[in-house]
Design a protein around this ligand. Structure first.
Ligand SMILES: [Zn+2]
Length: 411
């Protein structure tokens, strides 16, 4: 039985979704559970109802769109991603995986195929983590990796709790059914733009994702002593900025990887009090580093405090570990089904490692999982200029439809 996805329908849905939170520069600002994000959920619900698909929400606000199978007791085969974006996000990060999943359900519906297992398109709540920290919150809670109570208590900058925001979503969707957390899934597959340049550079359409790198994050606080920049002799200064710079240089060496696999970033560097004529008394900076090999992640992460202490000079330094995730390997039926679809359709494909984190990271705790990457222009993402070729988006959605159909019968 062949199922063909409708490339034009898929593209038009991207255009329609991009209006919700659309920015003047052509990007999207649709933070988790804001009015715009709730509108995106409602639009999906409208499309789902039109098709006769059912809609349910769980306690953390994940949304499940379901096309029933012939066996009502069978666990569903699911696909999906997220509708939320960064404040200056693009038109494809997240929403592509949701729309590809929904297109797969529709294409299979159009073909009139009854699957044994139900098929589901899932919207994971708060993936980006820019309104409520941490990210991948919905999938983590659903998979039992994070606790519901702790996450519902998280607040945004205005003091609104995640719990209140989820209540807002539920109130906007009074007809949605209820889905318990950690409900069984037979398999999960997520489509996403690559957010890197490898597929484009190698002329490939599909990336078969083999895994996701592990990471550790730190906050480093360097404390010196404020002083008058005109009168304090250099010899007696406790300049927190200079100490922090020495640490940053030494960390650059510590994390140096000639093979360019390791990713090390100091994304935040705050100098206090930040005045022109005051010797800086305090600096706080962040460390984010990632590597596929957990031994490397452990060894280099464990070395951070020592490197910082060795370069503190007259200042004090405190290193706090703020978060971390183990690396993930995708193997078994999902990547196998992706491989089979790619071969059958003749798409140019390579195996690829995910540099970014995605909801699938948590799904491996529930069921066999995997991911499909499609190229995005110049690898640009988390940026209003994010762009993708409709043909590539269609190819990825076709693979999702093939994989869901295959696994719904085979597993
Ligand atoms: Zn994403």
């Amino acid at each position: 039985m062949d199922v063909r996805i409708d490339a034009e329908r898929l593209w038009q849905r991207h255009v329609e979704m991009a209006r919700l939170g659309g920015t003047p520069k052509g990007g999207v600002c649709r933070l988790a559970l804001t009015d715009e994000d709730i509108k995106a959920h409602l639009l999906l619900e409208k499309w789902a109802r039109k098709r006769g698909f059912s809609v349910a929400l769980d306690d953390i606000g994940n949304m499940f769109i379901r096309r029933d199978g012939t066996d009502p007791d069978a666990a569903p085969v699911a696909s999906g991603s997220h509708t939320d974006t960064q404040p200056t996000g693009g038109r494809f990060d997240g929403i592509y995986g949701v729309l590809a999943a929904f297109e797969a359900l529709e294409a299979i519906d159009d073909a009139g195929i009854r699957t044994r297992r139900p098929l589901e398109a899932i919207v994971w709540n708060n993936e980006e983590g820019s309104r409520f920290h941490p990210g991948c919150m919905g999938s983590a809670v659903h998979a039992g990796v994070s606790t519901l109570e702790e996450m519902l208590a998280k607040t945004d900058r205005a003091g609104v709790t995640m719990g209140e925001a989820v209540k807002g979503l539920k109130a906007a969707m009074p007809d949605a059914g209820y889905r318990p957390l950690q409900s069984p899934l037979a398999a999960f597959v997520e489509a996403h733009i690559e957010q890197g340049p490898l597929l484009e550079n190698t002329g490939n359409t599909i990336g078969i994702v083999t895994g996701m790198q592990g990471n550790r994050r730190f906050e480093v606080e360097v404390v010196g002593e404020e002083g008058h920049s005109g009168t304090t002799p250099l010899a007696g200064r406790k300049d927190a900025f200079k100490a922090a710079i020495r640490m940053a240089r030494a960390l650059e060496d510590h994390f140096h990887d000639p093979e360019d696999v390791l990713r090390f970033t100091i994304g935040r560097f705050d100098v206090h009090p930040g005045a022109l004529t005051v010797v800086p008394g305090r600096v706080v900076f962040s460390i984010d580093f990632r590597h596929p090999d957990m031994e490397v992640v452990k060894r280099l992460g464990d070395g951070v405090a020592g490197v910082c202490a060795a370069h503190a000079g007259p200042c004090e330094v405190e290193v706090r570990e703020t978060s971390g995730s183990p690396s993930v390997e995708f193997s078994g039926p999902v990547p196998e089904a992706i491989e089979a679809s790619v071969g059958r359709r003749g798409y140019a494909a390579i195996q690829i490692y995910s540099g970014a984190g995605h909801d699938s990271r948590h799904m491996v705790h529930l069921c066999p999982s995997g991911m499909v990457f499609v190229p995005c222009e110049k690898g640009i993402s988390h940026n209003e200029a994010e762009n993708a070729d409709p043909k590539d988006l269609a190819a990825g959605a076709q693979v999702i439809a093939d994989v869901m159909l295959d696994l719904a019968e085979r597993l």
